[in-house]
Design a protein around this ligand. Structure first.
Ligand code: SAH
Length: 420
């Protein structure tokens, strides 16, 4: 989502202010840092990076801090780094060309409604288009700062999304990647009068656009994975067969404390249904270890879910207390060292699961869309079910599809050869 916000800002600056991109910050007239505040570490990194950019920047070059950390620290950023020219929150992206001309502006209103703002066009990739379908987040997960930095959830009007899909595919894009904090909660609230369109219906309408070849989305919420949604996912050939199912914890007790809205049993049942209906599906997840009150037994429940579901990919984090969240007030904290031990154990378990899964890929044939070049004369892309595969081939194949047979396996990318 941050990447897409950056693309929006780049587009507005190119179109309305004649800026061009540079990869050399010492040449830049404007340096924007787009921040995340989901965990604490990136927030610390912000101030060291700001200092480094400030030292090396061209005279009179402006520095702006954008994104979630901008939303929650606001003017504090200018207090700590007085050379910062403006602060622009994650909910105020469309105001980039305004704050540029307002010295020391701090625009961080989380009630600002930019769900109908028509951004200018810029895409980092020619083949894949990120498209936002909602702003904000209506959940109240007790560990998460996002609702406090991105505000309430508002769906972007369906016709705007469809138009964006049309434009992107006219320009050569094959894959549409839908973005939102809870994509499958789409349609819950629009800012004006709007026909009732839920996520499943949105998927149907996007897939009706002829030039759309593939549809991906992130993140869906396990709570909203109803049968209608899973049926559409299983039966619509344009929807890529890879599902992100953020588990967070395998303990129903901890899930309650996190206010996730589902239990261990619900999660397992949904995952089993997916595996049954879509045999080649790949399921990825997010897990937090050492949430306040997490006992050895709770942690064991998480490992149990991992062993049962056998996720293709796991993004795992040690719980990080965040300001403005309920969990930050909880007193039963898990010691940091124990948290690190649990994280290491969990990652070890997942590595062995991943190794077993990827070993099974050798000899399999996948349809890959090539997206990028890799060192050593390789080009790489993903299969429909999200297996990253690289082959020795010419760049001219970027943006095309091919059947690829995997010849050698690795944890991060498989090596394969194109079938004639
Ligand atoms: N709405 C998105 C969440 C985006 S944040 C979703 O449901 O996927 C991405 C991930 O960061 C979360 O899924 C969670 O695993 C992790 N995360 C969020 N807050 C955290 C915290 N306080 N400490 C550690 N990890 C956290």
């Amino acid at each position: 989502m941050n990447e897409r916000d950056s693309e929006h800002m780049i587009a507005e600056l190119q179109e309305k202010e004649n800026y061009e991109l540079t990869s050399d910050s010492t040449e830049a007239d404007l340096i924007l840092i787009n921040t995340c505040s989901v965990r604490e570490r990136p927030v610390h990194k912000l101030f060291s990076e700001l200092g480094a950019f400030n030292k090396k920047k061209k005279e009179n070059a402006k520095i702006g801090v954008c994104g979630c950390t901008a939303s929650h620290l606001g003017k504090e950023i200018i207090k700590r780094a007085p050379y910062v020219d403006f602060v622009l929150g994650a909910r105020n992206v469309s105001k980039i060309t305004e704050v540029l001309h307002k010295p020391k502006a701090v625009e961080i209103d989380i009630d600002y409604d930019e769900s109908q703002f028509a951004f200018s066009e810029f895409r980092g990739s020619q083949h894949k288009a990120y498209i936002n379908i909602s702003i904000g987040c209506d959940k109240s997960c007790t560990f998460c700062i996002v609702p406090k930095t991105r505000g309430d959830e508002i769906s972007i009007p369906t016709d705007l999304i469809l138009k964006e899909c049309e434009r992107a595919t006219q320009a050569g894009v094959q894959e549409i990647f839908l973005l939102g904090q809870n994509v499958n909660n789409y349609g819950r609230r629009f800012s004006g009068e709007h026909e009732k369109v839920n996520f499943t219906e949105l998927l149907r309408r996007i897939s009706a656009i002829e030039k759309v070849k593939r549809i991906r989305f992130t993140s869906p919420h396990p709570f909203h994975m109803d049968d209608e949604f899973i049926d559409e996912f299983a039966s619509n050939p344009k929807i890529c067969k890879s599902m992100h199912m953020p588990l967070q914890s395998g303990s129903s007790e901890i899930l309650k404390m996190m206010k996730r809205g589902y239990s261990k049993e619900w999660f397992l049942e949904r995952a089993a249904k997916l595996r049954l209906m879509v045999p080649n599906v790949s399921i990825s997840t997010d897990i937090i270890v050492a949430f306040p009150g997490e006992s050895d037994k709770d942690f064991e429940e998480t490992l149990d879910v991992m062993r049962q579901v056998r996720f293709e990919q796991v993004y795992s984090f040690k719980y990080s207390p965040r300001p403005l969240t309920e969990a930050a007030e909880m007193s039963n904290v898990v010691e940091s060292e124990l948290g690190s031990e649990r994280l290491a154990y969990l990652q070890g378990l997942q590595n062995s699961i991943t190794d077993e899964i990827t070993a099974g890929y050798v000899g399999e044939i996948f349809e890959v869309m090539f997206e990028e070049t890799r060192e050593g004369g390789y080009i790489a892309g993903r299969s429909d079910n999200n297996v990253m595969i690289k082959v020795q081939a010419d760049e001219s194949l970027l943006g095309t599809f091919a059947k690829v047979k995997v010849t050698k396996n690795g944890r991060m990318a498989q090596i394969g050869e194109i079938l004639a």
